[in-house]
Each structure stands twice: as C-alpha cells, then as structure tokens.
Write a protein that binds this ligand. Structure first.
Ligand code: HEC
Ligand code: HEC
Length: 245
C-alpha cells in the first residue's frame, strides 16, 4: 500500500502540475499574442483596453464566440462605418482568431466559442431543427435561408456560406439587429439541430429543375406568367397570322 501511495504521489507530481503549467503558459502566450494583434488591428475603433470608443462598442464581456463569429466571417476588422458589416473573406488565420478571442475572453467572460463536430451535425434531429428554424429564424432569413431585406438598409444575410460553428455563434451573440438566442431558449442540442438543418437546406437539391434562387412562389409565378402565358399568347398569334381569310 505504501508503495502504491508513493507511486501515485510521484506520478501525480510528475504529470499533473506539469500539464497545468504548460497549458496556462500556452493560454498566457495566446492572450499576449492576441493583445498584440488587437492593438494593431482593432484598438483604433474599440479602444486601447477594449473599453469602446465613439467608432466601436466595448468588447469587455462579449466572449470568444462573438470574436470568432465577427472575425471568421470577415465582418471585423470593419473597413468603414456602414449600415451593416458585410460577410467578407477573413483576413486573420484561425490561429490568430483564436489568439484575438483568448485576449478578449481574458478581459471578462461571455459566451464561449461553441465546439461542434461533424458527427454531432449528422446525428442531429433535423425535424426539430427545422421546427425551431421556422419558428425563430425564417421571418428574417427567409424560409430556406436565402436571406431577406430588413428596414433602414439592413438585411438578414443568406446563410449559405455559414459554418455550423458560425450559426451557433450568431444565435448566442446576436450580431447587430439579430436577437440573442440564449441556451434557455434554445439549448445546446437544439442549437446543433438548427445548425444541422441550415446546413441541410444548403445541400438540398431542386427536384423541379432550376431553383430560381429558392425564393418561392413569387419568381416561380412570374416565370410561369411570362414564359407560360406569354408563350401561349405567341402561339395564338402565330395561329391567327396563318389563318387564310
Ligand atoms: C473601423 C472600426 C472598427 C475596427 C477597425 C474593428 N471594429 Fe469591431 N466593431 C465596430 C463596430 C462599429 C461594431 C458594432 C457594429 C457591428 O457589429 O457591426 C463592432 C462590433 C464588433 C464585435 C461585436 C460586439 C458584440 O457586442 O457582439 C466584435 C466581437 C468586434 N467588433 C471585434 C473586433 C475585432 C477583434 C477587431 C480587430 C480584428 C475589430 N472589431 C475591428 C468597429 C470596428
Ligand atoms: C430580427 C431578424 C433576425 C432573426 C429573427 C434572426 N436573425 Fe440571424 N441575422 C440577422 C441579421 C440582421 C444578421 C446580420 C448581422 C451582421 O451582419 O452583423 C444575421 C446574421 C446571421 C448569421 C451570420 C451569417 C453569415 O454571414 O455567416 C447567422 C448564421 C444567423 N444570422 C443565423 C440565425 C439563426 C440560426 C436564427 C434563428 C435561431 C436567426 N439568425 C434569427 C437577423 C436575424
């Protein structure tokens, strides 16, 4: 027993504190790197201590989910003030985004970047996700996530390019005029189901041929009127013109 205790003690002192020290050092390093990136690329608008300025809001307490969402969708760094920040190609690498997120996270907690893997997405309950999507998101993002205009030059973007992580981050952080959907409203499993449903919509085929932007009955009706009825009229005229009087 004495040997056993000794061995456990030795193993513990060799493994456990070493591991912790290493990971704290790693995260301190990430925070330090993130702070340097922040000062260079973000502090002009968000302030030297992320306290905010008149060109950008405070980032204290927004959490790593907000930083990952804004920077991985290319919305930040904002080039110039506009009605809404557009999705662009991101200018920071994944490692740099993680460092920026670690720095902002170190200033005060907020929603953390969600971890979601392909298996969770493929195992998710699509029917439940669809139900939640139609109840909570379709009024702004359109029934099949093609996006739609809002008031004052703002718009709910199409969700065709969003990754599952970004979809959950958008729900948790509510960018600009989008409301926040916290885990009491949509829990973790349901949030994954919503993300899986949006990804499913993006992959869905169009059995009828051309999807016409998946905008639904309006463009389809317009096409039917112009091409269908227009075509029939043309045939009528052609028959009329051939008739010998
Ligand atoms: C030109 C000014 C400007 C620069 C540069 C800029 N931002 Fe922003 N940022 C804004 C404005 C304005 C908003 C609020 C409107 C919006 O969300 O689009 C914002 C919003 C944000 C938000 C969302 C805050 C919330 O409450 O959810 C995050 C996170 C953020 N910025 C991070 C960054 C990071 C990280 C950088 C540097 C890589 C950066 N920003 C660079 C102006 C800027
Ligand atoms: C009141 C309207 C509104 C509702 C409801 C809404 N959104 Fe949004 N959503 C927006 C707006 C506006 C933006 C753009 C924000 C920005 O550009 O900073 C957005 C952005 C997004 C993005 C980022 C798209 C990209 O560029 O990658 C995702 C993902 C998203 N929403 C998902 C959802 C989901 C999922 C729901 C339902 C749980 C939802 N939204 C409900 C208005 C809405």
């Amino acid at each position: 027993m004495a040997l056993g205790l000794l061995a456990t003690g030795v193993l513990w002192s060799v493994l456990a504190p070493g591991g912790n020290a290493a990971s704290t050092a790693d995260s301190n390093e990430a925070v330090r790197q993130g702070r340097a990136l922040y000062l260079q690329g973000c502090s002009t608008c968000h302030g030297l201590g992320a306290q905010g300025s008149n060109t950008g809001p405070s980032l204290i307490g927004v959490g790593s989910a907000a930083v990952d969402f804004q920077v991985s969708t290319g919305r930040m760094p904002l080039a110039a003030p506009a009605a809404q920040a557009d999705r662009k190609a991101p200018i920071y690498s994944d490692t740099q985004i993680a460092q920026l997120a670690a720095y902002i996270d170190s200033l005060g907690g907020g929603p953390a970047k969600p971890e979601v893997n392909d298996k969770q997405i493929s195992d998710a309950d699509l029917a439940k996700g669809g139900e939640l999507y139609r109840a909570n998101c379709a009024q702004c993002h359109q029934a099949v996530a093609q996006g739609a205009p809002l008031t004052y030059g703002k718009y709910a973007p199409a969700l065709t390019e969003s990754t599952a992580t970004q979809i959950i981050e958008a729900m948790r952080t509510g960018p600009e005029s989008m409301p926040v959907f916290g885990d009491r409203q949509i829990d973790e499993k349901d949030a994954v189901a919503v993300a899986a449903y949006v990804k499913h919509l993006n992959k869905a085929k169009s059995p009828g041929g051309f999807s016409l932007g998946k905008y639904g009955p309006v463009p389809e009706g317009l096409l039917a009127m112009l091409v269908g009825i227009g075509g029939l009229l043309a045939v009528c005229l052609w028959i009329g013109a051939r008739q010998k009087v």
